[in-house]
Unconditional design. Structure first.
Lengths: 250, 250
DNA sequence: AAAAGTTTGTAACGAATTGTAACAAGGGCA
DNA sequence: TGCCCTTGTTACAATTCGTTACAAACTTTT
């Protein structure tokens, strides 16, 4: 259950399509645009996802194995007010209109232009007022330290030579906590709180491990760490100078 | 030769398209917009251009004679991080999305609005351009005394011959306290305070131990200490002459 | 749904660091 | 010199941290 608290995405989308490729590509694209994306291959998975998460918008393929998208759309509307964008296939004009009839908030024909889909998603989200239309101020935060560029919105870390460093969620959150509180000694409890957003019960050594792993990825020489230094009996400090850069709205 | 300057997002673009007209038109337009533009008609020319110049962004047509744009895109991504904007033809929707999958940073469908292309180029350049990291600020305080160089920012101590002396955190802090208060008699309480930032309760002999250990590491002859001298009944004094040096921006 | 691959958390061991105790050494003063 | 007091040093014990190995929890693939 990955729960991201540090920087909430623009919204949580659910893509329902039986074509795995489409799911993957859409997930990648929309994630890059700042959304959190969950995918489902059929109606069952969709129901489950909707039960498990608070979904802001559903992108629903018209043709699905088992129960088709239209019926799902209808069903959904009976039980929920979640906005729906239907994916239809070029030429199925009738179905398209039916899609509207059956409660979809918008539709888009496959093959589609991802940017157009994005625009529709934003428009629907805006209309339904679930989420502010543009990514909020914090989303585009980009931070520099040493030779690193940390894009909080995109949740990625690049070296200045351009190589992308692969950080897991937990690693990213921890690093973000450090970078956003440079030159402060952060106790393990504080770090746990900052990185997970939760106050965990017992004194743990999770953080130690996490720090160790993080150091392996971002320190030149992990044995003599420059960025994350340990304060015996206190916690850890991030010692680099951090410069903030505000990314303009896309 | 390229310039990394802040005034304009201008840069050196490489347009790869087998359609000579497109190349010419794009070159004219983009040049007017302040970019330096090189064109290539196929993959071979592209490779050569990339070798000859420092290209900031590649505009790559999807359909090319010989090796097509997609494979080129993939290849390029393996060897370089240069941003890529793909040109696709309306209707090649699958390829379009695949372009994303294969590492393009953005794409635009032909026929396109030049201004839209311009906007995409700028956006990609902004997203991907690496700004040199900010120099480390005042934290780079460096202090000299005798034959030693104490880098407070890097928390390391070097001998003038370059050998690095390995100090533990507590040792470093204690030394820093001394070096930053030269020629002052510092009581044990003061030292405790300066080095740990805390006022500890009972009178201890911790400091004595630390001083002893520090002397072993930095004194030529620990039995007859020159740098840290003890003041009987008072504490310790750091007697060396200290010169401050502000570290230049890296 | 099983399997393979990731990521995260636990346990444990070893190493480094720091504090305590004990005693030796040295200084000042009668 | 001999006695008290302070400091230096050694030995040892107690923390604390880094890291490896492994298990549990999740994800993604098949």
């Amino acid at each position: 259950m990955m729960d991201i608290v540090a920087d909430t995405p623009a919204g949580h989308l659910l893509v329902v399509d039986d074509d795995r490729d489409i799911c993957v590509l859409l997930k990648r694209f929309l994630t890059r645009q700042g959304f959190r994306v969950t995918t489902a291959g059929d109606g069952g998975e969709m129901i489950r996802a909707l039960a498990d998460w608070k979904i802001d918008l559903v992108i629903l393929d018209l043709m699905l194995p088992g129960k088709d998208g239209l019926s799902l759309c209808r069903d959904l509307r009976k039980t929920s007010r979640v906005p729906i964008v239907m994916l239809t296939v070029m030429g199925e004009e009738n179905d398209r209109i039916k899609g509207f009839d059956d409660g979809a908030d918008d539709y888009i024909a496959k093959p589609f232009n991802p940017h157009e889909l994005l625009a529709r998603i934003k428009a629907v989200l805006y209309r339904t007022r679930m989420v502010p239309p543009a990514p909020r101020g914090g989303t585009g935060r980009v931070l520099w330290f040493e030779n690193w560029r940390l894009d909080v919105g995109l949740r990625c870390l690049k070296s200045s030579n351009g190589t992308l460093v692969d950080l897991s969620t937990a690693e990213f959150d921890l690093l973000a906590a450090f970078v956003e509180h440079p030159r402060q000694v952060l106790s393990r409890d504080q770090l746990l709180d900052l990185a997970r957003g939760k106050v965990e019960i017992p004194f743990d050594r999770k953080i130690d491990m996490q720090v160790c792993r993080l150091r392996l990825k971002i320190e030149e020489n992990p044995k003599q760490p420059q960025l994350i230094q340990t304060v015996r009996g206190g916690g850890y400090v991030f010692t680099a100078k951090v410069s903030h850069v505000e990314k303009p709205a896309a």
